[in-house]
Design a protein around this ligand. Sequence first.
Ligand code: HEM
Length: 447
Amino acid sequence: MITIPGDRRNPSWLHKIKFVLDPIGYMESNYKQFGEIFHAPISGNYDPYIWVSHPQAFQKLFSTNPSYFDTVGSVYIKNFIGKDSVVAAEGKRHQRKRKLLLPPFHGEYLDNYGKSIILITNNAVKNLINNQLFLAHHLMQNITLEVILKVIFGVPEKPRIKQLKKAIIAWLEALNSPLISAAILVPSLQINLGSWSPWGKYSQSKQKIAEIIHEEIAERRQDNNDSYSDILSLLMNAKDEQREAMSDEELHDEILGLLFAGHETSAAGLTWAIYQLYKCSNVRKKLLQEIDTLGNNFEVKMIVNLPYLSAVCNETLRMYPPLPKTITRIANQSVNLMGYNLPMGTPVNGSIYLCHHREDLYPNPQEFRPERFLERKFSPYEFIPFGGGTRSCIGQALAILEMKLVLATILARYQLKLLENKTVKPKMRGTTLVPTGGVKMSFQGLR
Ligand code: HEM
């Protein structure tokens, strides 16, 4: 077999550190040195541990009939969220879980959330103080956490859900520490010295989240009230083909997984969008003109159909894909990829970031230019912020709805100012590509 090009001089832990500290630099330098397909072992001691970025490779990676790749739940996700969440599940169990989870994230269910998203955005922005500095990332995390709590539990204002919000913030704060990220993977680093030690704090917040979720499930089981229409209730009532419902443990892991997946990624996307809108005043002006055409018809159905707003969201997700790589795939047979024969069992990562920065697809890729999405239609292997195939993002429709409504509400109603003089660089927070420093802004009152 011909060896796949890549850096084999350094150990995998060094690759991992390089990726976490500078994900973009890491992917780009590998691409420049080794080309369309390279070996870069950021996890485990695999050789080869493949990365691809060409649409042809994505077509094969996402293909379901025939399927050349499976996915295994990552150890990180299993330890971080729980073995029973859809993201960690594999094979038939994974398919079963997707079938249960997909319906509430589509169509009529989502229509109900539009007004709540606008309300949550207005409440969050109104809490900002005139002329005071705030971090756009914090604002967006606050909004997206409220939204996902609303979607999952229906009643974010309930005291128990407010407590849950606090515990989730503490749990996710831990991701800022590289020590915690490492400890999630390495049990010997999990040293619990009480609430002042990083792992102690992390464990306590996770324990608190578990208690609250279990309390909520128990209360609902006792209530036996079928008037709830949120995702927790839908999941509690859902039955698979064998007429089996989810256990409490399964429900807990599923809810935690959705809270995590549905909050961090959307917050990152929104922060990048607001950053670019305030950096590129011509884009902001053009978008405002479009939003202003709505006049008194500032309604969910009208907002979501605005073409330039859609293009702005797409361009943001192109330039800064919140998940810069797909979930790792494993070849389930020997397969030819980009001219190389990969043996069964080879792990493959799709670099969403590199694909979205290809000159042949997106000329001058470092330029934020939403117009490219109005001039050309991209295939599902060229524009892939939500991945594809059997692992594609379950929350895609919700994420897009949220992005459009939050951005339109902020731009239409409020004035903000960007307080960053230098280009804001991306970094990894857990699995998500976030802006370093959180993007400093100030609130300038109503528009
Ligand atoms: C801008 C926001 C978001 C982005 C960019 C995003 C992106 C992604 C990507 C790239 C994947 C992996 C796909 C693959 O490997 O093929 C994924 C998976 C997933 N996403 Fe999202 N996501 C977003 C928001 C959400 C939301 C709002 C939810 C739910 C509430 C969600 C739930 C999930 C779940 C459950 C999976 C795992 C699916 C599986 O394992 O079958 N995501 N997402």
